[in-house]
Design a protein around this ligand. Structure first.
Ligand code: ASP
Length: 319
């Protein structure tokens, strides 16, 4: 297999379709990942990434992103950046730095400004309405507000056998100001080594980080596990460990791709979706199920895809 792209969630399908055009033309995995993730960041109705992302408890949008080059192992990452349009592009640029390649908050913003990245107010009216609604439904009733998140996490393999990983997210909805999740943290939200493969995670960052889950999947693939077995093993081992030691596990979902273009996915939740395109397979959204530590998936139906688009665009109503 010459090229492939896989990403967490349905929201990535248009991005990977566009990104894969570049791979078909022989362009680099990095360009494909940046193009694909920017599309997700720019679309206001994907409410957990980029423009229109979910605000923190102060109703500010703080974004995390990362980029990793699987040939050189260079990493660029940002945490808690405010009001810049495309966090993935800033992370990609940072991956060129020998030092200071993971920046947070105002430091990340200074870097972005100096390097000419576009400033945009990332808080939309829709996100504000959603924040108000959820505040009334949770915090004001004494309930936990931590229910909404989702990261676009992506791996690409290009015709030169180079692999790249990227992530972008607004992180945990209603998070404390300054909270950074797994998405920009190497080995947790993402990891890629072109000699083996790459992985990316979505779910509760606080728990994904306890297992360095993306690194663990790449390590298992290096040991000879098929990507599907590696993904299932990493998710079910971490889920079991957290359940045993802490009484429960948060949401853990992963996608991975090896350097032959074979992919794997695993989840411990209901409703995890992912998007994939390879030289042999048209862009497809899959819905996952997990039974006894084994993840299975099937293509989303036309009805499901239509209902999804309707749902993400539906007006936010207050009771
Ligand atoms: N893992 C992200 C975080 O905790 C959120 C997500 O992927 O759902 O920030």
């Amino acid at each position: 297999m010459k090229w492939a792209m896989i990403a967490t969630w349905r929201m990535a399908i248009d991005g990977i379709t566009e990104g894969s055009q570049l791979l078909k033309e022989g362009k680099r995995a990095g360009e494909a990942v940046e193009t694909a993730i920017k599309m997700v960041e720019d679309y206001p109705f994907y409410k957990s990434v980029g423009y229109g992302g979910l605000p923190n408890e102060n109703c500010e949008v703080e974004l995390d992103a990362a980029y990793m080059d699987g040939d050189t192992l260079s990493i660029g990452a940002i945490g808690g950046i405010r009001d810049f349009k495309n966090p993935i592009s800033i992370a990609k640029k940072l991956s060129e730095e020998r030092f200071n390649c993971f920046l947070v908050g105002t430091g990340a913003e200074d870097y972005a400004r100096k390097n000419g990245f576009e400033r945009v107010n990332m808080l939309t009216d829709r996100a504000k309405q959603y924040y108000e609604k959820r505040k009334r439904e949770t915090i004001e009733k004494g309930l936990s507000p931590y229910a909404g998140h989702d990261t676009v996490g992506m791996i690409a393999l290009d015709c030169n056998k180079k692999m790249v990983a990227g992530t972008s997210t607004s992180g945990l909805f209603m998070k404390r100001r300054g909270r950074v999740g797994d998405s920009p943290v190497s080995g947790s939200g993402f990891y890629v080594d072109s000699e083996v493969g790459g992985a990316s995670a979505t779910g509760l960052g606080e728990d994904l980080m306890k297992g360095c889950i993306s690194y663990e999947i790449v390590r298992l693939m290096r040991e000879g596990y098929h990507p599907q077995e590696a993904a299932d093993k990493a998710v079910s081992d971490l889920n079991d460990k957290l359940t045993k030691r802490r009484g429960k596990s948060g949401d853990l979902s992963v996608v991975c791709l090896n350097n032959k273009g074979k992919f794997g996915v695993a989840t411990n939740i209901e409703g995890f979706t992912f998007s994939v395109i390879t030289e042999e397979q048209k862009p497809t959204v899959y819905l996952c199920e997990n039974e006894n530590g084994k993840t299975t998936y099937e293509p989303a139906s036309e009805e499901w895809l239509e209902a999804y688009l309707k749902r993400i665009k539906s007006p936010i109503t207050f009771d």
